[in-house]
Design a protein around this ligand. Sequence first.
Ligand SMILES: Cc1ncc(COP(=O)(O)O)c(C=O)c1O
Length: 379
Amino acid sequence: MQIQTSAIHALRDLEHRAVVPPVHLASTFALDPATDGGDFAYQRPSNPTRAQLETVLATLEGSAHAFAYASGMAATAAALSTFTAGDEILLPASVYGGTYRFVDRVLPGRGVTGRYVDHLDDLTDADFTPATRAVFVETPANPTLRITDLRRVIELAHRHDALVIVDNTFMTPVLQKPLELGADVVVQSATKYLAGHSDLLAGVVTTNDDRLAEAYRLSQQAEGGVLAPQDSFRLIQSLKTLPLRLERQQANAQAITEHLREHEDIAAVWFPGSHSEHEARLHASQANGPGAVLSFELAEGLDRVAFLEALRFPAYAVSLGGVESLICRPATMTHEAMTPQARAAAGISDEMLRLSVGIEDLQDLLGDLDQGFAAARPR
Ligand SMILES: Cc1ncc(COP(=O)(O)O)c(C=O)c1O
């Protein structure tokens, strides 16, 4: 089955033949008194609706296991909570700001250290110490859209007995499947493309490793940061249009990128592969497309605030991946938790704007951006 078909037909209601799965809201389930057994006992460890969502997520990823959490950060936290005192994790300098916050403020209390590398493609054997237990990767990176060679990092990390955890939020399994390349764990903020309508907070962890799966099952049971049944149902429904939405978002984003690259009002545009020929080739070798996020900087002399105020369609808001276009300023919004030095090292300037392209009609988006540039020019 191809991915758009799987997104729609991964589930079958054999009992009633309903084409939409039922929602089970029960917090508790009656057990068989003779055995104290049953398929489900209590909503937190597992429930039928979340289990159905997890089946769809595992089908799309092609993974043995999938776990649904109450947010992308709950999923990332679960993936980073299998490490213990004395362990070290390597991360790229431009990691998502929330992950940075967790690594910087929560993990040290557990004796776990996060060590930042300016760009993971510069990683060598010398970066690994006996304490290095994992490499956390985001490719394309947010918001610089720099590319990391997944195969190389996986080979290097495994040689040092370290796990590779990939945050695949920007790509989704439609465009990139890190587990197939050998990564150990994939985390995603389902709040973004998977849910796709800016109306749901959710996260996913997928893996083929049975031992890690046991740890994530324990995190759902013991910590309880799980996705509720109604949200699980809504995510099942949203996933049905994921490949279709992404196709349109990506086509729009590619056309906008071309428009901005030629534009006199734009100083720079960043997209997957824009940094070098090498990164373009790498991305093409490990992903099926550039996705639908790009970053840019206005030309000198243009008024950023006037531009943002003039925009009619992209809301000036954090987040991405929805059917509606959004624009944000990473330095003061998504990546505000990083120090100015860390932002500079990651290549995130104060003027950089990140655009998440939606499914609106392209002509409307292009026209809106152009009238924004005109409003931003010096008078
Ligand atoms: C790349 C990436 N990872 C993780 C997260 C965290 O997800 P959530 O906001 O669903 O907790 C985000 C949210 O912006 C993100 O962009």
